[in-house]
Design a protein around this ligand. Sequence first.
Ligand code: NAP
Length: 640
Amino acid sequence: MASEAPVEGGRAESEIIEQALAGADPNVLRIALYQATGNPLLAALQVQRVAVRDGAGVELALSGPDAQLVRLLAADFLRQRSEWSPPELPSREEQRELVRLFAGRELDPDELSMSLEELAFEGFSRAVDWSSERPAEADSFHVLIVGAGISGLTVGIQLARLGIPFTIVERQAGIGGTWHRNRYPDIRVDTPCTGYQFKFVKDFRWSEYFPGRCEVAEYLSKIARDHGVAQRIRFGRELVSAEWGAAEGMWTALVRDTNEVPEQVTANVIITACGLFNAARFPDVPGLSDFAGQIIHPTLWEDGTDVGGKRVAVIGNGSTGVQIMPRLAEIALNVTVYQRTPSWIRPRPLYGKKIPKAANWLLDNMPYYWNWEVCGTFLGGDSKLNSEALKYDPEWQAKGGIISKQNDALRDWLTSYINRKLAARPELIPAVLPTYAPLGRRMVVDNGWYDALLSDNVELVPYGINRFTERGIISQDGVEREFDVVVSATGYSVKQYLWPASFTGRDGVRLTESWAEQGPRAYLGITVPGFPNLFIMYGPNGQPRAGNFHSWAEIISRYISQGIVSLIETRMKSLEVRPEVFRSYNKQLDEAFKDIIWRTESANGYFAVEEGKGAVSMPWEHYEYYSMVRELDFDDFAVT
Ligand code: NAP
């Protein structure tokens, strides 16, 4: 909202306006200004889809003269903003028209609906409400949420709004899940902060484009406090097991504190939000206990760990290994990188950079800029392109292409980046160039990894490891190297969903038994037959192909909360997904995976296809999935 008066003196204010507009996204500015002023000139400007990154990406852009015109009009507006009074919020129809103008194209109805939620003019755009008054029965209802990371907090916020009693058990001592636990050097978000935030909090101003761990943890703690969730968290408590009691329609859970003291908790509903990356995985090779030095998984990195002057090995070059290695190379005596499979590593020009004061000033002073900027990360960026790049294109392949036009363009762009980065040591290029397709695994962000490879104190060993010895590591080339510290950036056992808790559902069936034959499966990634009133956030195949993490947490929270509200309003005991609905969904899921490159291009990464399906992600277009989870369909459930 506009300030009452300029915050700084006249000259200082002109300067900040100038800086803010120079750094603004012209199309975001155009539409925000159009919404604020209704100036038809702005609506008439044409947005173009401009290829960037050698055709591997697109951006929504205005022509140079149009961008200049928008800046001039915006400067006038900002100078006189104290005289401005906000118009009424646009109607749904007007919002649709604004989105169309912004994107410069007609949107698929689901994509449009998701965009309107991203804009979030209403405040809490994914709120669930009671059909009429909050029923008194809500007082005696109890929901147990497992985990105080992004997912657990999001669903907690929905329940707090509705006045539904809940408890969050969190095994750590603080809020934030992965952002509380991981403390390794240079840890930060590797997607832009504009997307990595809730849509119902519009006044938080980030200090970096890709914020560091502390800032993300502070953000989550603040939001948990502001939205009535923090006081419901019981820290240092881990869910051990839970058993469904059909007669009472209740779960009986066993929770253990850090002193191993058990406690029984009953709940009508359990929502597990314990994340995908929580079970640290160490290399499955002999000799781990023989090693006399220190072995650290980044997840277990403790504040104060000092590798200064030490001989350090980094095993792995996924997102974690690539993020941590360059910083270690700055401090350690030397660093040896064990790379079993090369990763596709992309540049991010604003990575590690501070957000200028003027950019945050614009968010505070230009009405609606925040909303359109956020919506732009969803619509304007590469989500759709990346989604297309995940599919084989038989026609393109018949003409000699590798995967698809989009995927091959991405490969070319990333390959030329590697060539540029390692021009001084071309002999390294074949070793780091992946042979599988980009996006076959999660894309890794360059934190100066290639630059660090050029340092005198860094050695790349392009092999996996055979075994640990007392002094160090023998790699697959048979060479032993000696180390003081081994950093095992070897990822997580991602398929240990809900680890380490065990669930016993209806008729005494254990979840592990249900999943024994075909691996972890769920309906929509959320519910499993035989386990009434159990909801999983970020469950099996619950990772959408595109869209922002917080948005999905909001969407899944809405779906689950709709179920809970209806249980309370109808005074029913349980919701359990029908087996035939679950089977049909999973059949379609397996079928859809046939078109997706993870079938052949995952090189054993955790996206790889096993048991006929990918391990963690889903094959649907993100807006197709959105249409499935926008509203809970009660016909999918047996209600008792
Ligand atoms: P990861 O992607 O699973 O990578 C594990 C790495 O360890 C791979 O390079 C793997 O090699 C290697 N490895 C595993 N076992 C090995 C062995 N026995 N010998 C040699 N190498 C071995 O795990 P991650 O890097 O921890 O990332 C996991 C996920 O966490 C990411 O995909 C991302 O979603 C998230 N993350 C996010 C951020 C962020 O946003 N800032 C940062 C870090 C992580 P192979 O490829 O040969 O198996």
